[in-house]
Design a protein around this ligand. Structure first.
Ligand code: NAP
Length: 209
């Protein structure tokens, strides 16, 4: 796949690097440091990253979403995988929750794009570890949600490529639950004593189909 990265920081830089290692063609964009983009690999302006992309990863702070989308240009019909959380300026709280979600607010901004919410529920620090452990039988889970079946298929493949077991949580409005869940993950990752390299795994018990 050709993947455009909008926001090449902790999440975008790492996920893009992993997808490139997994064999995808990745174009990084939207860092204030040209040097950083150069080090990551093929890069360009957001418009160039989004152009011809089979999937676009949106990985910017909530306050930068409008700006990066403006720079990306027309994203009609594009699959936008977003890990961006609707956090306030100092990243202490969600500014949208309960009756909507960042993912739904994003979908309203780009009504012709196909938004999937994914990757926002894990800390960036765990991503390379998950990728390195991808051949293990028991993979960590990763929830994702969205309203369009074909774009969810693409997102699920990208989730698998990183080394997670994709868990389809349903339509995009389920981001109302996954986004606050991330604050729990962040609490465990950043406020605990065991470091931020944390992923999660859902286990089902009961009758097998
Ligand atoms: N970090 C995590 O573990 C994590 C986990 C789950 C979800 N998320 C969510 O994922 C999204 C991305 O997070 P992140 O940690 O990857 O952020 P980040 O490291 O700050 O990366 C954001 C990218 O946006 C770029 N950017 C371009 N113009 C900018 C401007 N004027 N001001 C600020 N940034 C600008 C940054 O540029 P520079 O390269 O110049 O800094 C950087 O490349 C956020 O919505 C966050 O809530 C993050």
């Amino acid at each position: 796949m050709r993947i455009g990265i909008l926001g090449s920081g902790l999440m975008g830089g790492k996920l893009g690097t992993i997808w490139a290692r997994a064999g995808h063609e990745v174009v990084f964009s939207y860092s204030r440091s040209e040097q950083k983009l150069k080090k990551l690999g093929p890069h360009g302006a957001p418009r160039e990253a989004a152009q011809d992309a089979d999937a676009v990863l949106l990985a910017v702070h909530w306050s930068r979403v409008d700006d990066v989308l403006k720079q990306a240009g027309d994203v009609s019909g594009k699959v936008i995988v977003s890990c961006s959380l609707p956090m306030n300026a100092d990243d202490t709280d969600l500014v949208i929750a309960h009756t909507s979600s960042g993912a739904e607010a994003l979908a309203k901004k780009v009504p012709k794009a196909r938004v999937v919410s994914a990757f926002g529920t894990v800390p960036s620090e765990v991503l390379f570890g998950v990728f390195e452990a991808r051949r293990r039988a028991r993979r960590p889970s990763l929830v994702y949600c969205g309203d369009d079946a074909s774009s969810k298929k693409i997102a699920a493949q990208l989730i698998r490529d990183v080394g997670f077991d994709p868990v389809d949580a349903g339509p995009l409005r389920i981001a109302r639950y996954t986004e606050p869940f991330t604050l729990l993950i962040a609490q465990l990752a950043y406020e605990g004593d065991e470091g931020p390299e944390l992923a999660y795994r859902f286990e089902r018990f009961g009758r097998k189909a």
